[in-house]
Write a protein that binds this ligand. Sequence first.
Ligand code: 9MR
Length: 462
Amino acid sequence: MSRDSSGSVRTRPGPLARVRRALGLAAAGVVAATGLVVLSEPAQAADTLGAAAAARGRYFGAAVAANRLGESQYVTVLNREFTSVTPENEMKWDATEPSRGSFSFGNADRIVNHARGRGMSIRGHALVWHSQLPGWVSGLSATDLRSAMNNHITTLMRRWQGQIHSWDVVNEAFEDGSSGARRNSVFQQRLGNGYIEEAFRTARAADPSAKLCYNDYNIEDANAAKTRAVYNMVRDFKQRGVPIDCVGLQSHFNAQSPVPANFQQTIAQFAALGVDVQITELDIEGSGQTQATNYRNAVNACLAVSRCTGITVWGIPDHYSWRASGTPLLFDGSYNKKPAYYAVLEALNGSSNPGDPGDPGTASCTATYTETQRWGDRFNGQVTVRANTAISSWAVTVTVTPPQRISTTWNGSPTWDGSGNVMTMRPNGNGALAAGQSTSFGFTVMANGTWSAPRIGGCTAS
Ligand code: 9MR
């Protein structure tokens, strides 16, 4: 890929384009001497971060600030480039529960509504964290702190139940340096080691449809003591059945803390424990080609591991970054695309160009759930299936919590497991979808007193 003088991107021709050029064919569908040769038009390399990531079965997100949503350039770039958002500060404890039991959701709702209106997924950040914690929390006794923590988790998760793709349940609970110790936070002091798993168990009960993540910085180098400590905790949780679905690697990099050479290995090691990995707060101080190369390496590390399911950059233009002087983001202060932007886009477009003959990519789809209507005894759910690549069919599992029962379905062909709690939905008839195309199916859940959202298993494409 190269850039012309206007800064726009020219994409590397795919294999089909190269073949055409070699044959001297200008376009698809050409009559050759021997008969009709029908060539299908290859998919173009995507020209936004979100579309390029989607073609690789991943989201590409940004940390977003509610008070910027009135700025037109900010919103234009957000809507054009990103398929996921993380509220940068608006879901934190100080913003959502400034005094005990009194919740305020206005700014968080603003971001959630913006994202949902545009089909973006949402990362919830962060439920239990020692920082941005209002003063009243530190004054509590152990018993009160335990109930305040569980109430905080439950209230926030229920507020946006079924709407948050992944939650950072516990954030930054380990010390820096070589000790591998738990951070000496108020939670650790009063509640001991067990507070982390208690938070995850509470979170699972509050919104069973959200992926539950442990999120931290300086855990990008597999050999660092902090990384080993987090790894051991996640392994222990998986062995003992403590609910955890993903590890967030914040990935704040600079000269002192560069993208480690073993970043891909670190991601792969966490993934091998049976959790997803997400790059949750990526920013890399620097400029020009050096910064671009660092970004490219970080993105490629994620792309190399199938369970690395998405990347979020910690802001949009440099001047709104939490460390603006380090110009760590993909857009400059005038929203121009920086060399780092082009490097990320090119990495995402990568070698796999779905649609090119001989390089079909891996069939991939994404399923997202919304509750569409509720009555006194039941609710309707809708699952949207989006094809990330061209696919010929799909399957999605929907699990309800007994004594809930699915009573009706539409726009799909269901099969059931022995318990009747797990439905696998497949297309009615032809399930083929072009890359980027969506379809949806629906169902009614008889609540029988239980109102938790159904768990939507991953979308399987063929
Ligand atoms: O970017 C956030 C900044 O606006 C806040 O002032 C700061 C307060 O602690 O938090 C920043 O975001 C942090 C994130 O929530 C957790 N990981 C580190 C991020 C950068 O400090």
